[in-house]
Design a protein around this ligand. Structure first.
Ligand code: ZN
Length: 248
């Protein structure tokens, strides 16, 4: 009897490991930054008076929840919404170092494995849409490629990688990416966003016909974007060369 229960315990624990340690993100420390905030709005959708900063924050919260779910098992730190990007990155770095994962009462001094800065793009054309990812240094390019690949189906329009002077990675030698999953100035996108947050302005019956005709299908856009961000990070950390530069 003892033997059988030991075998059962072993099988159960193996199943547990195979289910809950299957993600390449398990145990990774992911820093998240919601673009803008702290008095800044970022891009603004005029028709619906929606600010990019709020969209970024909602996506970040959904992404945090998904990354911390047991089946993924990542550790997440969220950068304070300070006005300078350098301060935000430094805040994220400090929070990663403060994490006390071995429970000895002091921070473990670990580096963040990656930082994702969540943005949504702006254009003067309210019908323009597309997906792009911005990286700063060569070592960030793989993560940016992975994110761009998974996020592009949101809009169906790949606007490519930008190598920008956004300075996300210059500070603290941190692998990072800035994602622009879609344009918040696009009225059809904002309808999907409002639908996601349960805003009464957009219901199953009140989506603009022109948006429907253009192929914008009402869905929880926030949830879907967060899901895709997780997929992009998994793809990065699951690739043979991914996740090498984050920690020394
Ligand atoms: Zn932005």
């Amino acid at each position: 009897m003892k033997k059988i229960s030991a075998i059962i315990a072993l099988v159960v624990s193996l199943l547990w490991v195979s289910v809950f340690a299957a993600s390449p993100l398990t145990g990774k420390i992911i820093a998240l930054d919601a673009g803008h905030g702290g008095g800044e709005t970022g891009a603004v959708n005029k028709k619906y008076a929606v600010a990019e900063a709020d969209v970024n924050w909602n996506v970040l919260q959904a992404l945090k929840t998904k990354l911390e779910a047991p089946e993924i098992g990542a550790y997440v730190v969220v950068a304070d919404r300070l006005s300078s990007r350098k301060d935000r990155v430094n805040d994220a770095i400090a929070k990663c170092a403060e994490l006390d994962l071995n429970n000895d009462g002091v921070g473990d001094g670990r580096k963040c494995d990656a930082l994702v800065s969540v943005h949504h793009n702006g254009s003067t054309d309210s019908t323009h849409d597309g997906t792009l990812a911005i990286y700063n240094e060569k070592k960030d390019k793989l993560l940016a490629e992975k994110m761009l690949t998974v996020l592009t189906p949101l809009t169906g329009k790949n606007e490519g990688l930008l190598n920008g002077g956004y300075g996300m990675t210059v500070y603290g030698n941190l692998i990072s990416v800035l994602t622009e999953a879609y344009y918040i100035t696009n009225d059809c996108e904002v309808e999907l966003y409002l639908y996601s947050i349960g805003d009464p302005r957009i219901t199953d019956l009140s989506q603009s016909q022109s948006c429907k005709d253009s192929g914008y299908i009402l869905e929880n856009r926030i949830d879907r974007e967060a899901e895709l961000q997780v997929a992009g990070l998994s793809s990065y950390f699951g690739s043979p060369t991914g996740g090498k530069g984050g920690r020394k």
